[in-house]
Design a protein around this ligand. Structure first.
Ligand code: HGY
Ligand code: MN
Ligand code: MN
Length: 407
């Protein structure tokens, strides 16, 4: 195991963690000054590794090793952005490790019979804008360009943010790649869960990636004095929301392969002595089986509307986002499996409950993922951690994969 390369990865991820809008944890949203700072570091390391670097019109930073016009291209990479006060590894590790692997090959004078591109996607988390995966969807030709005019909380459109970032979103439709020239997309990512640690293995190969959908609900009742309105005369938006939250949890407990989360809840007027008149909330559903997820979404929409009706409230509910489940490409999984074996590690195959850029890239080409052990399974949290040793093994596996994937 190449401890030195693992240490280099750890050091680079520490530098990237400084590109953050928050002191506590990492907050690096797309098309911000923190994104610019991170891209500058990544660009420098890509050029050191002998790659030619550019930013495409979806804001994806791309480092390319060119093996000549007729050679196919292997795509690698992940996302540079984080959640708010997140960890130092989610996404960005999948950019740093392949750069170090290609740099090591370059220093050994290794020549590959195919080109490689390392993609640093701008926005996978969908925290700043009510959309995500614009970069991979542009490459796959599946982007609904209407999302470019969606706004962040400050009323800035993604279109404006892209232009401000120095790219031209009007050309985003030209980014679609020719799938016949692509070998596949391999994403390296911290597991974000406890399975590899529980299995006591440093690396894993992903079998499938869960699908996801998000609904935005707004209950509108009547804000009123908490001391003067009898219980049966209230139009309390928060107690209605509470019923839906309970129902979502009950459904997910009852149905195997379904996860339901209410992560966002805004109450108005949100004061101790007023009955809440307005509540907006998110419901997120995940499942490796699309039919299960979609049915659950339908059930919860009906339940929310019925709850509002019975309580004399208005209810607006719409599905704002969805991503299908993804089966990972078997030949690419085999290539990752062989690479893990080459590092003398036991192979563990597992599904991914988290979604990834690979989910969207699967509309362009076969995809597979190399997972790296995550300490205590903690992620989307400043305590997120991957060890030098495990990252060193992941880099060794990537070097082996790059050398052998076409043999
Ligand atoms: O939410 C997810 O699964 C990913 O981290 N964006
Ligand atoms: Mn994430
Ligand atoms: Mn991620």
């Amino acid at each position: 195991m190449n401890h030195l390369l693992g240490q280099r990865a750890q050091d680079r991820l520490k530098q990237l963690a400084e590109c953050s809008a928050s002191e506590f944890g990492v907050t690096r949203l797309p098309f911000t000054k923190e994104h610019h700072k991170a891209n500058a570091l990544l660009k420098g390391w890509m050029e050191e590794a002998g790659l030619t670097v550019h930013v495409d019109d979806a804001g994806t930073l791309i480092g390319r090793y060119d093996a000549g016009d007729n050679a196919p291209t292997l795509l690698m990479g992940s996302h540079q952005d984080s959640v708010k006060q997140g960890g130092s590894y989610d996404g960005i590790m999948g950019i740093v490790l392949p750069i170090i692997a290609l740099d090591a090959l370059n220093r050994q004078g290794g020549k590959l019979p195919y080109s490689v591109e390392i993609l640093a996607f701008a926005d996978e988390e969908g925290v700043r804008f009510p959309t995500a995966l614009v970069g991979p969807r542009a490459l796959a030709g599946t982007l609904d360009e209407r999302v470019i005019d969606r706004k962040d909380k400050n009323g800035i459109t993604l279109r404006h943010a892209l232009k401000d970032f120095g790219v031209n979103p009007d050309n985003i439709g030209l980014l679609k790649r020719d799938a016949s020239k692509i070998l596949g997309f391999i994403e390296t990512h911290i597991e974000q869960g406890p399975v590899l640690e529980h299995e006591d293995v440093p690396l894993g190969v992903v079998s499938a990636i869960s699908g996801i959908e998000r609904h935005q609900l707004t209950f509108t009742g009547q804000a009123a004095h908490a001391g003067t309105v009898p219980m049966h005369l209230r139009k309390d938006a928060l107690t209605a929301a509470a019923e839906v939250i309970q129902e979502a949890e009950k459904l997910a407990i009852k149905i195997p392969d379904l996860l339901a989360t209410v992560g966002q809840l805004d109450v108005t007027p949100n004061v101790v002595n007023a009955i809440p008149g307005n509540v907006s909330m998110s419901i997120e559903l995940r499942s490796p089986i699309d039919e299960v997820r979609e049915k659950a979404g339908e059930i919860l929409q009906v339940f929310a509307r019925d709850t509002a009706l019975l309580r004399g409230l208005d209810c607006d509910i719409k599905r704002t986002y969805s991503q299908s489940a993804t089966e990972c490409d078997h030949s690419l999984q085999l290539a990752i499996t062989r690479a893990i074996v080459a590092t003398q590690c036991r192979v563990h195959q597992l599904p991914s409950g988290a979604t990834h850029d690979a989910s969207a890239m699967s509309d362009l080409t076969g995809v597979a993922m190399l997972f790296v052990r995550c300490k205590k399974g903690i992620s989307h949290n400043p305590a997120e951690y991957a060890s030098d040793e495990d990252m060193g093994l992941a880099i060794d596996a990537l070097i082996s994969l790059l050398i052998n994937i076409r043999s």
